[in-house]
Design a protein around this ligand. Structure first.
Ligand code: SF4
Ligand code: SF4
Length: 130
């Protein structure tokens, strides 16, 4: 059980679609404020359910909080054998150097494949054969 809280981070409110409030993928939610979710008490179920790896796992370093790292790492929906990294479109090279590059390599040791989404771009990274 994590003791972490999202704090100032609201990055998942950019990346993911929330059909219940007609929020499209890749656009800031109209309910997102500087203080967090403006409809926190009545936010839709997908918003309540979502947890990125940083929030779920206290072994994720502090500097990998998505608003600092530029990367939201999460399971690929219900598929817990693969993960998705959503990159900040303003920082498309964030996986090219630490800590992003280290996170990608660490995730590839546990998950295969790793999907990467940056704006309209999609790619899949597979673990290298031993
Ligand atoms: S990206 Fe993670 S830490 Fe940031 S608001 Fe979403 S769940 Fe919380
Ligand atoms: S309803 Fe709230 S938690 Fe859900 S995407 Fe919008 S601002 Fe984020």
């Amino acid at each position: 059980m994590t003791t972490r809280i999202c704090g100032d981070c609201t990055v998942c409110c950019l990346h993911f679609a929330v059909p219940e409030i007609a929020k499209p993928t890749g656009q800031w939610c109209e309910h997102c404020t500087e203080a967090g979710c403006g409809i926190h008490a009545t936010r839709p179920q997908p918003c309540r359910n979502f947890e990125c790896f940083w929030l779920m796992d206290e072994s994720f370093p502090e500097d990998l909080r998505p608003d600092r790292s530029g990367v939201v790492a999460s399971f690929n929906g219900e598929d817990h054998d693969s993960v998705v990294l959503h990159l900040d479109p303003m920082r498309p090279d964030v996986l090219a150097e630490p800590p992003g590059s280290e996170m990608l390599q660490a995730l590839l040791t546990a998950f295969d494949p790793v999907f990467i989404v940056c704006g309209e771009e999609r790619m899949m990274v597979r673990r290298k054969a031993e």
